[in-house]
Design a binder for this molecule. Structure first.
Ligand SMILES: Cc1cc2nc3c(=O)[nH]c(=O)nc-3n(C[C@H](O)[C@H](O)[C@H](O)COP(=O)(O)OP(=O)(O)OC[C@H]3O[C@@H](n4cnc5c(N)ncnc54)[C@H](O)[C@@H]3O)c2cc1C
Ligand code: FES
Length: 290
């Protein structure tokens, strides 16, 4: 994806920090502080040629302000567009929030390992999401639904604090009608009085996974740090093997390509060894998961 430093595709020096310019096609609020961005390269052939895996991330830059890593929320099975969910927490995200449709952003990547799709093939898939964790796991969910014959049973469990904080609420509620997917949505508390889903923590929903054959199931989880501990406890209770529990983890990153050391925990570079890890990989690295 990166061009070389001189912009000469024939040259031998490739500058890995050089972003590719893309255009915002659509953007709208998913919640009060999270915006959805759909972006694509100017050239449509280039847009269709983009390759990535669910679980990978990209460095997205607001010109003249800076760049930050964001999980890709779209699925490679629907080529031509990249989608991101971005929470406004600071300088870069605040600046991205001010951009409008047709404005330019810089993008480099995709980076990171992504989910091991080859290992997930023909397995049951349990996706457990909390809050903004929907960003990377929507990519995996849509990919699995677009390649439905490649998976066994699919369970999608998503917990948000309140109904208006649930990302893609309408899209996920529509999924409840599908009979090839078990979608369970919950909120910690319903402040609307009109929430049709459940209330309680996402771990409550995991009681519905009792019939799952643990040898044939992989779980993918992403959410706030506090969620991991309790969700992992439940998955272990269901006897899902540790190497079949996948989690995507966040660390502060600068380069995204294993050069700067910002994301290192012990011997692990979260930008290139992750952001997807098995529980087995990180079981002794409490600073990564709790
Ligand atoms: C692999 C990966 C995927 C990510 N995916 C998403 C995504 O899909 N959507 C999304 O909204 N965000 C995502 N993030 C987090 C996002 O990169 C940060 O929110 C962003 O860097 C903030 O930049 P800023 O300049 O706006 O904030 P800053 O001005 O740098 O910081 C604002 C505040 O947020 C805190 N902060 C910033 N980044 C982090 C972080 N990574 N962890 C903990 N605290 C932090 C700072 O300490 C500060 O308090 C991801 C991060 C990683 C590493
Ligand atoms: S972000 Fe630079 S080494 Fe990982």
């Amino acid at each position: 994806m990166a061009a070389d430093a001189d912009g000469d595709s024939e040259g031998c020096y490739i500058n890995p920090y050089q972003p590719e310019m893309m255009r915002i096609v659509r953007r709208f609020n998913l919640t009060e502080d999270v915006k959805f961005f759909q972006i694509r390269p100017h050239d449509s052939m280039r847009a269709l040629a983009m390759r990535y895996n669910p679980g990978q991330f990209m460095m997205v830059s607001s010109l003249g302000v800076g760049e930050a890593p964001f999980s890709i929320s779209s699925t490679p099975s629907r080529p031509g567009l990249l989608e991101f969910c971005i929470r406004n927490v600071g300088q870069v995200t605040g600046s991205l929030f001010k951009l409008k449709e047709n404005d330019a952003v810089g993008v480099r990547g995709p980076y990171g390992n992504g989910f091991p799709l080859d290992k997930l093939k023909d397995r049951d898939l349990i996706i457990v999401v909390g809050g903004l964790g929907a960003a990377p796991l929507r990519s995996l969910l849509l990919y699995a639904l677009d390649n439905r014959d490649d998976f066994g049973e699919i369970y999608f469990l998503y917990g948000a604090k309140r109904p208006h904080e649930m990302l893609f609420r309408k899209e996920f509620m529509d999924m409840m009608q599908r009979d090839d997917l078990k979608t369970l949505l919950t909120v910690d508390s319903d402040d609307t009085g009109r929430w049709p889903g459940r209330t309680g923590f996402v771990t409550e929903l995991m009681k519905e996974l009792k019939g799952v054959d643990p040898r044939n199931a992989y779980a993918a989880i992403c959410g706030p740090p506090i969620m991991y501990k309790f969700v992992i406890q439940e998955l272990l209770r269901l006897k899902i093997p540790k190497h079949q529990i996948l989690m995507t983890l966040e660390r502060r990153m600068k380069c995204g390509i294993g050069k700067c050391g910002h994301c290192v925990v012990k011997h692990i570079y979260t930008c290139i060894d992750g952001p997807v890890f098995t529980y087995w990989d990180v079981i002794n690295m409490k600073e990564l998961i709790y």
